[in-house]
Design a protein around this ligand. Sequence first.
Ligand SMILES: [Zn+2]
Ligand SMILES: [Zn+2]
Length: 337
Amino acid sequence: MLDSGLQITPKGLYCPEGDFYIDPVQPVPRAVITHAHADHARPGSRDYLCAMPGRDLLQARLGAAARIESMAYGDRRQIGGVTLSLHPAGHILGSAQIRIERGGRVSVVSGDYKTDPDPTCTPLTPLTCHHFISESTFGLPIFKWPAYETVMAEINAWWAANRDEGLTSVLFVYALGKAQRVLAGLDPAIGPILTHGAVEKVTATYRNVGVALPATRHVDAPDTASDRTGALVLAPPSAHHPAWMRRFRKRATAFASGWMRIRGHRRRRAVDRGFVISDHSDWEGLVATVTRSGADWIGLTHGYAAEMARWLQDQGHTAEVIDLSDRPAPDRGDRLE
Ligand SMILES: [Zn+2]
Ligand SMILES: [Zn+2]
């Protein structure tokens, strides 16, 4: 049992007094889900609860038969012996920090979060609490993100230069969250914006819940072939193989990820350019959020948890690593992000 009253079990993080799991890795009776990314939202549980703006994304992830209930951000609900509420995490549409109050003690499970601006989701709400479980995907000081506007200006300039040379710009982005955040900052005056099917599908869900985004067309729609030269194409990393890429004869490729901050990752991805943009907090954002919580106990999970825990301990905080993964840690650069 953790100090917070939560338990680490083989099925995931468990709240015994409320009898629910947070982002469980195996099927459970009641799952509270921080957001719809595949490594947090897994199928097979009996009942799901999530924040309202992310409901449709979660349904798409889990399938039409999944039983999903949603709560507005900030609403409070009594579940067994605890009061549960969900608060914006600023990571992707509908992403939530989970706040659990029991006997005057407050625990917060952050899920994935970021402090940087994102026009496609509600900004992170800083919470104060006694126990804070934080992600630490990019928990090293070398991870410092350039401003969103700066990166988008770089992407738009790269696209315009490629267009002038008669090339198609193929930009690889994770289909849920990153694609829409990048799309929101693209300048449609440069040329057509085309999408891989996986990106188009998620983007339609964003539009359905009222997120304003530039117009896009599926790359294989009947009228797009003549437009491909000079277009920007948003595609998931899995599309980077010859069978899919051969529809673009003359092309430039790029990858948009926080991992592009590290030398060597662009080459490994076999793309021409890397743009540093992440839906996770950089080091400063993590440290600011964790310390602002005022928590007297900090649990760290994902990525550089050990490094960040040691740094926080050196600053006088009580911090420890919590392993919530259901499998051995993969090469960090290949994590979904
Ligand atoms: Zn995520
Ligand atoms: Zn994650």
